[in-house]
Design a binder for this molecule. Structure first.
Ligand code: FES
Ligand code: FES
Length: 155
């Protein structure tokens, strides 16, 4: 175990952790976040996704020591209940979610894709979600929410 300095959603904290342990464990156990989820633990489903300096990473396989010196953002860091991020509002408006287990991956990969490709077609958005598993099969509705977010980005 060692002291590991992390910054998550703007909150700096020193956690006592094995530097090789997954970042996801520190996020859930030390930062008490429940947005990033443990799904496969093998970097295959995307449910544990967070942004590391703005780029999506799978926190189930990223050693927490590799997040030192970087800013980690989970879906909780995008907005608040009172002031949701436009992406979160788009998902609410489209009623895009069922259980929400996959949401970290879909929203954070989707946001990264749309922010770089605001003119993407629905087919391109759906393709960008490849490799993100939604066991409720709501990819089509989530793509519509991402289209709505993209419209807002273009406005
Ligand atoms: S839990 Fe990390 S990719 Fe599945
Ligand atoms: S909404 Fe349930 S796993 Fe995607």
């Amino acid at each position: 175990m060692a002291a590991v300095n992390l910054s998550v959603n703007g909150q700096a904290k020193t956690v006592d952790a094995d530097p090789d342990s997954p970042l996801l464990y520190a996020l859930t156990e030390d930062f008490l976040l429940n947005g990033p989820k443990f799904g496969c633990g093998l970097a295959q489903c995307g449910s544990c996704t967070v942004l590391l300096d703005g780029e999506p990473v799978r926190s189930c396989t990223l050693p927490c020591s590799e997040a030192v010196g970087h800013e980690v953002t989970s879906i909780e860091g995008l907005g608040t209940v009172d002031q949701p991020h436009p992406l979160q509002q788009a998902f609410i408006d489209e009623q895009a979610v069922q259980c929400g287990y996959c949401l970290s991956g879909i929203m954070l990969y989707g946001k990264t894709f749309i922010d770089s490709n605001p003119n993407a077609t629905e087919a391109e958005i759906l393709r960008s979600l490849n490799g993100l598993i939604c066991r409720c099969h709501t990819h089509v509705r989530m793509a519509k929410a991402l289209m709505r977010y993209a419209e807002g980005r273009r406005a």
